[in-house]
Write a protein that binds this ligand. Structure first.
Ligand code: F6R
Length: 627
């Protein structure tokens, strides 16, 4: 949700030779990599010899690049950039960031929402400030300018600090001032910001992709902190002005991991990275005796043994991963497990106490709804484990323990490999709790673990045979709606299949628990209605399999075109499948790791056939950092 980049380098030496990078090049590259966070408009500001200069354009980043080509910016060693997902004000040139105020002397970019902006705006209007946009960001920029101009010291860091205490809500703000060409100042409250450390140059980004081309050395910041970067140093203070420490870390993935690598889209690349994502998530979790060890899980064993309830909080696809995990965790650990959409969780006055383990699932680690749910749970005394894909992000940092998925950067807005690796990580957590609490014998745990470890190869097998599904997707590009049915773990898979179609193909799609069909949704079935059915293994509980086979017959009898996902060797479904997609055999609980993949490929192919941009679907953004 909005990508932010800041840069400062040493620029020119005393002889006028330039070294380091041009600010605009760094900013544009950083924005290109962060465009998945928002793509309604983009802009940059740099400080040249004659002060702050900026360019901004509505639409995708290419519009900004074209604008700068037509109307070049001065060479500079300092600047800030922004790619926007609109909250206040529509996606227009005027509402794009940066906002440049105070007679063109101060430029600001902002991610988040300033909740008390109306109040601050009216105070500034009384001071005689004029506004040209509808945004809360322009209010923030003018607030900083107003404070700066009243300070005897004319200290930009201090102006940002005072302004930060005045603003409520969630924000990351970067500011540059023409009188302070040696620094970029940034503040954060409930919104992401990381520092990148280079050689005689330093960076700021909403995430590390903002500067991954230039350095692997990053620093994590805490909440309510302000950082000032110069070309050679950085310093952090809290909102009271006290010095604060950042947490340095090394970025594990390289720039190539965030490129398309020969695939037409990031989504396709990420679908194909799923065997590795699951494999890497499972890797290194066992000691020499074959026991499961989760080194990151820093909650003591006695606390974990005393847990009497688990609540999974997450949003969207991550919440569906939680639904899948619930079946496994309850089965293995016998701990009552609830799954709650994070944004609903705290409004229903949930029963949470010291014996509750809250598990957050998040690819980005920055989803504001999930973060707020976690904070609420912690206030009630619960321990929180965050399953997350992004090192240094807010959720794992604020949790009692983190369990990282190792899926690598997920750039496409629609989540794919994060989903599979979240399931794998949640299963590891479930097995670990079962091991610790003695719910399962060691050999039972070993059995599940070795089945889990066999999954990457089976996912690969599916991917090797993807053409059938691609063709099916393309052939259904004119379908007005697609329905998805599943039971047990197949139910959240159905929900996920429908979500993928909605978000990237803009197609009406619904997922249902297959048993719910006759309680209403079956009325939707008419001649030619495509319906995906996720069939559980016939080798599992017979009642489950046979009930789903009956459901297929019921909808087919009413004219549905059935797209059946079933295990290899499942003869019973064949007579009722208009299109049969077979998956390698695996235990029922692991089936989502396979059955989801054809649904991702189907959605991607159908959206592609409609000529849509699967990586950057309309109205969406990766990492939803506002509530
Ligand atoms: C759907 C999708 C979203 C995210 C949700 C949570 O494809 O990507 O539904 O799953 O916004 O995001 P994270 O996992 O970053 O918390």
């Amino acid at each position: 949700m909005c990508g932010i980049v800041g840069y400062i380098g040493l620029g020119h030496d005393s002889d006028g030779n330039s070294f380091n990078h041009s600010a605009y090049d760094v900013l544009l590259e950083g924005l290109r990599r962060q465009e998945y966070r928002g793509y309604d408009s983009a802009g940059v500001a740099v400080i040249g010899d004659s002060g702050v200069e900026y360019r901004k354009k509505a639409g995708k980043l290419i519009n900004l690049a074209n604008e700068v080509e037509a109307n070049p910016l001065p060479t500079s060693n300092i600047g800030i950039g922004h790619t926007r997902w609109a909250t206040h004000g529509g996606p227009t040139d005027a509402n794009a960031h940066p906002h440049v105020v105070d007679n063109g002397r101060l430029a600001v970019v902002h991610n988040g929402i300033i909740e008390n902006f109306a109040e601050i705006r009216s105070e500034l209007l009384e001071e005689g400030v004029e506004f040209i946009s509808e945004t809360d960001t322009e209010v923030a920029a003018n607030l900083i300018a107003s404070i700066y101009n009243k300070l005897d010291t004319k200290d930009l860091t201090e102006a940002v600090r005072v302004a930060s205490n005045r603003m409520e809500g969630a924000f990351t703000i970067l500011a540059i001032h023409e009188d302070a060409k040696d620094r970029v100042v940034a503040t954060r409250r409930n919104s992401p910001l990381v520092i990148g450390l280079g050689n005689n140059e330093n960076f700021l980004g909403s995430d590390v992709s903002g500067f991954i081309d230039y350095t692997k050395s990053a620093v994590e910041m805490g909440q309510d902190q302000i950082v000032t970067i110069t070309a050679t140093d950085y310093s952090i203070i809290d909102f009271d002005g006290n010095p604060a420490e950042g947490k340095p870390y090394t970025i594990e993935w390289d720039a190539a991991a965030a490129e398309k690598g020969g695939y037409p889209s990031f989504m396709e690349k990420e679908i194909h990275e799923q065997p590795a994502a699951v494999r890497d998530t499972l890797m290194g979790r066992f000691d020499e005796n074959g026991n499961l060890t989760l080194d990151e899980l820093k909650i003591d064993d006695s606390t974990l043994r005393s847990i009497d309830k688990i609540i999974v909080v997450a949003c969207g696809t991550a919440a569906y991963a939680g639904h899948v995990a619930r079946y496994a965790i309850e089965h293995w650990c016998r701990i009552p497990t609830e799954v709650e959409l994070a944004h609903e969780f705290r409004y229903r006055d949930p029963i949470v106490n010291e014996k509750t383990l809250v598990v957050s699932l998040s690819q980005s680690g920055e989803t504001m709804d999930t973060l707020m749910a976690v904070r609420h749970a912690q206030e009630q005394g619960a321990k929180v484990v965050s399953i997350c894909n992004t090192t240094g992000s807010t959720l794992p940092r604020e949790s009692d323990a983190a369990l990282y998925t190792h899926a690598g950067p997920e750039i496409a807005v629609a989540s794919t490999k994060a989903f599979l690796s979240q399931i794998a990580a949640a299963y590891l957590l479930g097995l670990y709790l079962a091991q610790l609490r003695g719910n399962m014998y060691k050999d039972e745990i070993q059995q599940v673990l070795s089945e889990l470890q066999a999954m990457p190869e089976k996912i690969q097998e599916l991917l090797d045979n993807e053409q059938q599904i691609k063709d099916l997707g393309a052939s259904m590009k004119d379908a007005p709606s697609v329905l998805f049915l599943g039971r047990h773990v197949g139910y959240p898979v159905a929900l996920e299949g429908a979500l993928k179609l909605k978000e990237i193909a803009y197609l009406h799609a619904e997922g249902f628990a297959a048993g719910e069909l006759k309680h209403g949704p079956i009325a939707l079935i008419e001649e030619g209605q495509p319906v995906f059915v996720i069939v559980p293994s016939p080798r599992g509980r017979d009642s489950l399999h046979s009930k789903v086979v009956s459901n297929i017959q019921e909808i087919r009898a009413r004219g549905a075109v059935t797209l059946v996902i079933a295990e290899e060797g499942d003869e019973a479904v064949k007579p009722y499948a208009d299109h049969l997609i077979t998956t390698p055999q695996c235990p029922t609980l692991l089936q989502p790791l396979l059955a989801t993949v054809p649904l991702q490929i189907f959605a991607c192919s159908l959206a592609g056939a409609k000529g849509l941009d699967v990586d950057q679907p309309r109205n969406l953004a990766k990492s939803v950092t506002v509530e």
